[in-house]
Design a protein around this ligand. Structure first.
Ligand SMILES: Cc1ncc(COP(=O)(O)O)c(C=O)c1O
Length: 436
């Protein structure tokens, strides 16, 4: 497309679309395949964002496209509440098997990650008959009223949108690089996990608490990975007080961390698990999966919605799960993660701008700081680096409380050459930003 037409399109966007919807760069998509995307001008980009963690099986995965086409030709919508279809049931059966936890499970579907989290809270409250919800610093759970309340970052997610939903309470997470208690692991004795008991003394009684909702690796918060014992302690405290433990696996699920679900790394099963993003490979789909006695607590008609578990989305998700199994995508994620981590660690030796390399599997991040001692966040530098990448053929993303964290969410089908090429662009950008 000609430059002039591109400018016209940008102008139309500015006139027609609300500014509150952000855009990471000024480009429009033409097509996407695997780990590559092309803009309308025909410029090719490597994709380290995957539509924010949605394209683990790759853009336009042929198996997923075929399943979507086949289902769309049969029927696109009946509403599961009105006329049932097999895909919904089959996908529920699969998720009941695949999510961590050796107990009887049930599932229901919604459209997005935020809806999944919001519905997990509904189930937990109904089951426990308690109001309070505990979440963490730097959490991200979505943009609906309830999940925005549960989300930690004020700007841009909450600012100006209050008043917020009641009975949502927050405690520090296990962000070891910036420990809220100024301690170091392991001599800290996991104070942040045990702080949950203190919270019950100081703020809200345990017997008024319905659920604790946590991301196994915090996503938007900066790919924060708690120590391996952390969730075991949270699990014990929840069990002691009859509190529902919810794992928000919206970003971490479907092999991103090298396991089907990230909680497997900790050897802990949550009572309820939320899934979305890469489950539908771009088709809107979210799921709440959990213990049968909890999932069956709400009365008939209390859960669901017009589009939840749409037949085309379910068909796409079934194709995703089939592909994941056939191609052993989790092993692929572990390998991609290992290769990228090695390169990141080598970069960290060269560039003091990198304060920490962290992550699990292919969910990796670089926390950028102006000074490794003071850990002053390098948010402007991260933004410059992302812009450099976008101008040089790599779609990259930043995140975190200070926007100073570069994260990788590349499609897991990325080839070694593509990974190399993307990492080389990132490193060039790092060198440039570091030199200034
Ligand atoms: C952990 C987590 N939970 C929930 C959500 C919200 O998902 P959605 O944008 O599909 O509503 C996200 C989105 O980034 C997420 O990362």
């Amino acid at each position: 497309m000609k430059q002039q037409n591109m400018q016209e399109l940008a102008e139309r966007r500015a006139q027609a679309v609300a500014q509150g919807v952000s855009n990471a760069n000024p480009y429009f998509a033409q097509k996407a395949q695997g780990a590559e995307v092309w803009s309308l001008e025909g410029k090719r980009y490597l994709d380290f964002a995957g539509g924010i963690g949605v394209m683990n099986v790759g853009h336009s995965n042929p198996k997923v496209v075929a399943a979507i086409q086949e289902q769309a030709e049969r029927f696109t919508h009946t509403c599961f509440n009105i006329l049932m279809y097999e895909g919904y049931v089959e996908l529920a059966e699969k998720l009941n098997q695949l999510t961590p936890g050796d107990f009887a499970k049930k599932t229901f579907f919604v459209n997005t990650g935020a809806e999944a989290v919001e519905n997990a809270v509904k189930v937990a409250r109904y089951y426990t008959k308690r109001p309070a919800v505990i979440v963490f610093d730097d959490a991200f759970h979505g943009r609906t009223l309830m999940t925005m309340t549960m989300t930690s970052k004020v700007k841009p997610y909450k600012f100006g949108f209050g008043p917020f939903a009641p009975e949502v309470h927050r405690i520090p997470f296990a962000y070891c690089y910036r420990c809220a208690y100024g301690l170091s692991y392991p001599s800290c004795g996991l104070k942040c996990a045990h702080a949950l008991e203190d919270f019950f003394l100081k703020e809200v009684a345990a017997e008024n608490t319905a659920c604790v909702v946590a991301e196994p690796v915090q996503g938007e918060g900066g790919f924060i990975v708690p120590p391996k014992e952390y969730f075991g302690i949270i699990r014990q405290i929840c069990d002691k007080h009859g509190i529902v433990m919810v794992a928000d696996e919206v970003q971490t699920g479907i092999c991103r961390t090298g396991k089907m679900f990230a909680m497997e790394h900790y050897g802990v099963a949550a009572d309820l698990t939320t899934v979305a993003k890469s489950l539908g490979a771009g088709m809107p789909l979210g799921a709440v999966v959990g213990k049968t006695e909890m999932m069956d607590a709400p009365h008939v008609g209390g859960l669901g919605g017009t589009y939840g578990g749409n037949p085309v989305s379910c068909a796409a998700a079934l194709a995703v799960l089939e592909y994941v199994k056939q191609e052993d995508l989790c092993a692929k994620a572990a390998r991609v993660g290992q290769m990228a981590r090695q390169r990141f660690e080598a970069m960290a030796e060269k560039y003091p701008l990198i304060g920490e390399v962290r992550g699990l599997g292919a969910m990796l991040a670089l926390e950028l700081v102006r000074d490794p001692k003071t850990k002053e966040p390098a948010g402007d530098e991260a933004k410059k680096l992302v812009d450099y990448c976008h101008n040089n053929g790599l779609i990259a993303l930043n995140c975190g409380r200070y926007g100073n964290i570069i994260r990788t969410l590349m499609p897991l089908v990325i080839t070694d050459d593509q990974l190399d090429e993307g990492l080389a662009i990132l490193e060039k950008g790092l060198a440039l930003v570091s030199a200034k």
